[in-house]
Design a protein around this ligand. Structure first.
Ligand SMILES: C[S@@+](CC[C@H](N)C(=O)[O-])C[C@H]1O[C@@H](n2cnc3c(N)ncnc32)[C@H](O)[C@@H]1O
Length: 257
Protein backbone atom coordinates (compact mmCIF):
# COMPACT_ATOMS: atom_id res chain seq x y z
CA UNK A 1 0.00 0.00 0.00
CA UNK A 2 1.40 3.39 -0.97
CA UNK A 3 1.63 6.12 1.65
CA UNK A 4 1.66 8.87 -0.95
CA UNK A 5 -1.71 9.26 -2.57
CA UNK A 6 -1.69 9.68 -6.34
CA UNK A 7 -4.96 11.60 -6.24
CA UNK A 8 -6.01 15.22 -6.81
CA UNK A 9 -7.40 16.97 -3.75
CA UNK A 10 -6.72 20.68 -4.15
CA UNK A 11 -10.12 22.42 -3.95
CA UNK A 12 -10.63 25.49 -1.78
CA UNK A 13 -14.06 25.54 -0.15
CA UNK A 14 -13.36 28.95 1.40
CA UNK A 15 -13.16 30.35 -2.14
CA UNK A 16 -15.61 28.11 -3.98
CA UNK A 17 -18.09 26.82 -1.40
CA UNK A 18 -20.13 29.95 -0.68
CA UNK A 19 -23.44 28.61 -1.97
CA UNK A 20 -22.80 24.93 -1.28
CA UNK A 21 -25.72 24.45 1.11
CA UNK A 22 -28.18 25.87 -1.42
CA UNK A 23 -27.68 22.85 -3.70
CA UNK A 24 -26.22 20.20 -1.42
CA UNK A 25 -28.59 19.10 1.31
CA UNK A 26 -29.33 15.94 3.26
CA UNK A 27 -31.27 13.62 1.02
CA UNK A 28 -33.68 11.68 3.27
CA UNK A 29 -33.43 8.42 1.28
CA UNK A 30 -29.64 8.43 1.45
CA UNK A 31 -29.69 9.59 5.08
CA UNK A 32 -31.76 6.53 6.01
CA UNK A 33 -28.87 4.27 4.90
CA UNK A 34 -26.36 6.32 6.89
CA UNK A 35 -28.46 6.43 10.05
CA UNK A 36 -29.19 2.69 9.89
CA UNK A 37 -25.46 2.05 9.56
CA UNK A 38 -24.78 4.13 12.67
CA UNK A 39 -26.78 1.49 14.53
CA UNK A 40 -26.80 2.14 18.27
CA UNK A 41 -23.94 4.67 18.30
CA UNK A 42 -24.77 7.37 20.85
CA UNK A 43 -21.76 9.59 20.16
CA UNK A 44 -20.86 10.41 16.57
CA UNK A 45 -18.05 12.41 15.00
CA UNK A 46 -18.70 13.95 11.57
CA UNK A 47 -15.42 14.66 9.77
CA UNK A 48 -15.35 17.15 6.88
CA UNK A 49 -18.82 17.98 8.11
CA UNK A 50 -19.43 20.96 5.86
CA UNK A 51 -22.92 22.37 6.34
CA UNK A 52 -23.98 19.26 8.28
CA UNK A 53 -25.55 17.00 5.67
CA UNK A 54 -26.40 13.52 6.96
CA UNK A 55 -25.70 14.39 10.60
CA UNK A 56 -28.19 12.59 12.84
CA UNK A 57 -30.17 14.76 15.25
CA UNK A 58 -31.05 12.02 17.75
CA UNK A 59 -27.50 11.44 19.07
CA UNK A 60 -24.56 13.46 20.38
CA UNK A 61 -22.72 14.79 17.32
CA UNK A 62 -19.32 16.47 17.17
CA UNK A 63 -18.55 18.08 13.81
CA UNK A 64 -15.08 18.92 12.43
CA UNK A 65 -14.70 21.15 9.39
CA UNK A 66 -11.68 23.15 8.13
CA UNK A 67 -13.49 25.71 5.96
CA UNK A 68 -14.97 28.81 7.64
CA UNK A 69 -17.25 29.33 4.65
CA UNK A 70 -18.65 25.84 5.07
CA UNK A 71 -18.97 26.10 8.87
CA UNK A 72 -20.96 29.31 8.40
CA UNK A 73 -23.57 27.43 6.35
CA UNK A 74 -24.51 25.06 9.15
CA UNK A 75 -28.16 25.41 10.11
CA UNK A 76 -29.03 26.65 13.61
CA UNK A 77 -30.50 23.31 14.72
CA UNK A 78 -27.10 21.59 14.38
CA UNK A 79 -24.14 22.02 16.71
CA UNK A 80 -21.42 24.39 15.51
CA UNK A 81 -18.44 22.67 13.92
CA UNK A 82 -14.96 22.73 15.40
CA UNK A 83 -12.09 23.93 13.25
CA UNK A 84 -9.98 20.96 12.25
CA UNK A 85 -8.96 18.43 9.63
CA UNK A 86 -9.28 14.68 9.31
CA UNK A 87 -5.52 14.29 9.41
CA UNK A 88 -5.28 15.55 12.98
CA UNK A 89 -8.48 14.92 14.93
CA UNK A 90 -8.52 16.71 18.30
CA UNK A 91 -9.93 13.70 20.16
CA UNK A 92 -8.59 10.97 22.40
CA UNK A 93 -8.37 7.35 21.25
CA UNK A 94 -11.79 5.67 21.15
CA UNK A 95 -13.53 8.91 22.15
CA UNK A 96 -16.73 8.35 20.12
CA UNK A 97 -18.86 5.33 19.28
CA UNK A 98 -18.80 6.05 15.54
CA UNK A 99 -17.28 8.47 13.08
CA UNK A 100 -18.58 9.39 9.67
CA UNK A 101 -17.13 11.20 6.63
CA UNK A 102 -19.64 12.06 3.92
CA UNK A 103 -18.32 12.77 0.40
CA UNK A 104 -15.23 14.45 1.80
CA UNK A 105 -12.23 12.07 1.75
CA UNK A 106 -11.29 12.98 -1.84
CA UNK A 107 -10.58 16.50 -0.53
CA UNK A 108 -8.14 15.45 2.18
CA UNK A 109 -4.46 16.25 1.72
CA UNK A 110 -3.52 12.90 3.30
CA UNK A 111 -6.38 10.44 3.04
CA UNK A 112 -4.53 7.57 4.67
CA UNK A 113 -3.70 9.68 7.71
CA UNK A 114 -7.30 10.89 7.95
CA UNK A 115 -8.73 7.37 7.73
CA UNK A 116 -6.34 6.11 10.39
CA UNK A 117 -7.34 9.05 12.59
CA UNK A 118 -11.02 8.14 12.22
CA UNK A 119 -10.23 4.58 13.19
CA UNK A 120 -8.17 5.77 16.18
CA UNK A 121 -10.93 7.93 17.69
CA UNK A 122 -13.82 5.48 17.08
CA UNK A 123 -14.88 2.70 19.44
CA UNK A 124 -17.17 0.76 17.09
CA UNK A 125 -17.63 1.93 13.53
CA UNK A 126 -16.31 4.17 10.79
CA UNK A 127 -18.62 5.21 7.95
CA UNK A 128 -17.29 6.61 4.69
CA UNK A 129 -19.62 7.78 1.96
CA UNK A 130 -17.79 8.22 -1.32
CA UNK A 131 -17.91 7.43 -5.02
CA UNK A 132 -16.40 4.37 -6.66
CA UNK A 133 -14.22 5.71 -9.47
CA UNK A 134 -14.55 2.38 -11.32
CA UNK A 135 -18.34 2.82 -11.52
CA UNK A 136 -18.46 6.49 -12.56
CA UNK A 137 -18.79 5.66 -16.26
CA UNK A 138 -22.11 3.81 -15.69
CA UNK A 139 -23.87 7.17 -15.76
CA UNK A 140 -24.73 8.88 -19.09
CA UNK A 141 -22.60 11.90 -18.27
CA UNK A 142 -19.53 9.82 -19.17
CA UNK A 143 -20.64 10.28 -22.79
CA UNK A 144 -21.36 13.99 -22.49
CA UNK A 145 -18.73 15.10 -19.96
CA UNK A 146 -15.83 12.65 -20.41
CA UNK A 147 -13.38 15.32 -19.21
CA UNK A 148 -15.27 15.65 -15.92
CA UNK A 149 -15.52 11.90 -15.41
CA UNK A 150 -11.80 11.50 -16.16
CA UNK A 151 -11.10 14.18 -13.55
CA UNK A 152 -13.37 12.45 -11.02
CA UNK A 153 -11.67 9.10 -11.57
CA UNK A 154 -8.36 10.68 -10.58
CA UNK A 155 -9.84 12.18 -7.43
CA UNK A 156 -11.59 9.25 -5.76
CA UNK A 157 -9.39 6.67 -4.07
CA UNK A 158 -10.16 3.02 -4.91
CA UNK A 159 -12.70 1.48 -2.54
CA UNK A 160 -10.42 -1.43 -1.63
CA UNK A 161 -7.63 1.04 -0.82
CA UNK A 162 -9.98 2.61 1.75
CA UNK A 163 -11.14 -0.70 3.23
CA UNK A 164 -7.57 -1.96 3.49
CA UNK A 165 -6.59 1.09 5.54
CA UNK A 166 -9.65 0.93 7.76
CA UNK A 167 -9.12 -2.77 8.42
CA UNK A 168 -11.55 -4.75 10.56
CA UNK A 169 -14.69 -6.03 8.88
CA UNK A 170 -15.82 -3.75 6.06
CA UNK A 171 -19.11 -3.78 4.22
CA UNK A 172 -19.45 -1.76 1.01
CA UNK A 173 -23.05 -0.78 0.22
CA UNK A 174 -24.03 0.63 -3.20
CA UNK A 175 -26.50 3.40 -2.34
CA UNK A 176 -29.51 3.92 -4.65
CA UNK A 177 -30.07 7.57 -5.54
CA UNK A 178 -33.68 8.80 -5.70
CA UNK A 179 -35.02 10.68 -8.74
CA UNK A 180 -35.74 13.80 -6.65
CA UNK A 181 -32.41 13.66 -4.75
CA UNK A 182 -31.84 16.98 -2.95
CA UNK A 183 -28.10 16.45 -2.51
CA UNK A 184 -26.93 17.92 -5.81
CA UNK A 185 -23.89 15.78 -6.69
CA UNK A 186 -23.64 14.74 -10.33
CA UNK A 187 -25.48 11.42 -10.23
CA UNK A 188 -28.35 13.10 -8.35
CA UNK A 189 -29.43 14.49 -11.71
CA UNK A 190 -29.50 11.20 -13.61
CA UNK A 191 -33.12 11.88 -14.62
CA UNK A 192 -33.00 15.70 -14.64
CA UNK A 193 -30.28 16.53 -17.20
CA UNK A 194 -31.32 20.19 -17.55
CA UNK A 195 -29.82 20.78 -14.09
CA UNK A 196 -26.31 20.71 -15.57
CA UNK A 197 -27.12 23.77 -17.68
CA UNK A 198 -27.36 25.77 -14.44
CA UNK A 199 -23.98 27.22 -13.47
CA UNK A 200 -24.95 27.32 -9.79
CA UNK A 201 -25.65 23.56 -9.80
CA UNK A 202 -22.22 22.95 -11.35
CA UNK A 203 -20.56 25.24 -8.80
CA UNK A 204 -21.79 22.94 -6.03
CA UNK A 205 -20.03 19.98 -7.74
CA UNK A 206 -16.32 20.37 -7.11
CA UNK A 207 -15.12 18.51 -10.25
CA UNK A 208 -16.28 21.42 -12.42
CA UNK A 209 -14.09 23.75 -10.38
CA UNK A 210 -11.00 22.23 -12.01
CA UNK A 211 -12.19 23.34 -15.47
CA UNK A 212 -12.22 26.84 -16.96
CA UNK A 213 -15.50 28.63 -17.72
CA UNK A 214 -14.81 28.11 -21.44
CA UNK A 215 -14.22 24.39 -21.02
CA UNK A 216 -17.44 24.13 -19.04
CA UNK A 217 -19.47 25.97 -21.66
CA UNK A 218 -18.13 23.73 -24.44
CA UNK A 219 -18.90 20.58 -22.48
CA UNK A 220 -22.35 21.69 -21.36
CA UNK A 221 -23.10 22.87 -24.92
CA UNK A 222 -23.03 19.23 -26.11
CA UNK A 223 -25.73 18.32 -23.63
CA UNK A 224 -27.81 21.43 -24.36
CA UNK A 225 -27.78 20.62 -28.09
CA UNK A 226 -28.91 17.03 -27.49
CA UNK A 227 -31.65 18.15 -25.12
CA UNK A 228 -32.92 20.60 -27.70
CA UNK A 229 -32.83 18.08 -30.56
CA UNK A 230 -34.46 15.34 -28.47
CA UNK A 231 -31.43 13.05 -28.82
CA UNK A 232 -30.89 12.83 -25.07
CA UNK A 233 -34.49 11.80 -24.53
CA UNK A 234 -34.36 9.18 -27.29
CA UNK A 235 -31.47 7.46 -25.53
CA UNK A 236 -32.06 8.23 -21.87
CA UNK A 237 -35.61 9.60 -21.57
CA UNK A 238 -36.68 6.54 -19.55
CA UNK A 239 -34.54 7.90 -16.70
CA UNK A 240 -36.88 10.86 -16.27
CA UNK A 241 -39.32 8.57 -14.49
CA UNK A 242 -36.97 5.91 -13.08
CA UNK A 243 -37.44 6.17 -9.29
CA UNK A 244 -33.87 5.20 -8.30
CA UNK A 245 -30.47 4.92 -9.93
CA UNK A 246 -27.62 2.89 -8.47
CA UNK A 247 -24.35 4.21 -9.85
CA UNK A 248 -21.09 4.97 -8.08
CA UNK A 249 -22.30 6.14 -4.65
CA UNK A 250 -20.99 3.84 -1.90
CA UNK A 251 -21.31 3.66 1.85
CA UNK A 252 -18.36 1.88 3.45
CA UNK A 253 -19.11 0.57 6.92
CA UNK A 254 -16.07 -0.56 8.88
CA UNK A 255 -16.50 -2.45 12.14
CA UNK A 256 -13.27 -1.81 13.90
CA UNK A 257 -13.63 -3.83 17.09
C1 LIG B 1 -18.15 17.91 -0.68
S1 LIG B 1 -17.97 18.70 0.87
C2 LIG B 1 -18.92 17.60 1.89
C3 LIG B 1 -19.46 18.27 3.11
C4 LIG B 1 -20.45 17.42 3.90
N1 LIG B 1 -19.81 16.27 4.50
C5 LIG B 1 -21.62 17.00 3.03
O1 LIG B 1 -21.91 15.79 2.94
O2 LIG B 1 -22.25 17.87 2.45
C6 LIG B 1 -16.30 18.31 1.32
C7 LIG B 1 -15.88 18.90 2.64
O3 LIG B 1 -14.60 18.38 3.01
C8 LIG B 1 -13.91 19.42 3.70
N2 LIG B 1 -12.47 19.13 3.77
C9 LIG B 1 -11.48 19.49 2.89
N3 LIG B 1 -10.29 19.07 3.32
C10 LIG B 1 -10.50 18.42 4.51
C11 LIG B 1 -9.66 17.76 5.44
N4 LIG B 1 -8.34 17.67 5.24
N5 LIG B 1 -10.22 17.25 6.55
C12 LIG B 1 -11.55 17.32 6.76
N6 LIG B 1 -12.40 17.92 5.90
C13 LIG B 1 -11.90 18.46 4.78
C14 LIG B 1 -14.24 20.65 2.87
O4 LIG B 1 -13.94 21.85 3.56
C15 LIG B 1 -15.73 20.43 2.61
O5 LIG B 1 -16.53 20.98 3.61
Amino acid sequence: MTTRQPFIYDYDYDKKGKRYAGHRRTDPHIAAHVHTALRNARTVLNVGAGAGSYEPTDRYVLAIEPSAVMRAQRPAHLSPALVGTAESLPLDDKAVDASMAMVTIHHWADMKKGLLEMRRVSRQRVLIMTFDGDALHTFWNAGYFPEVVAMEKRRYPPIDWITEILGGHCEVQPIPIPLDCVDGFQEAFYGRPEAFLDKEVRKAQSAWGFLSEEQQETIVGRLAADLQSGNWDKKFGHLRSQPYFTGALRLIIADIR
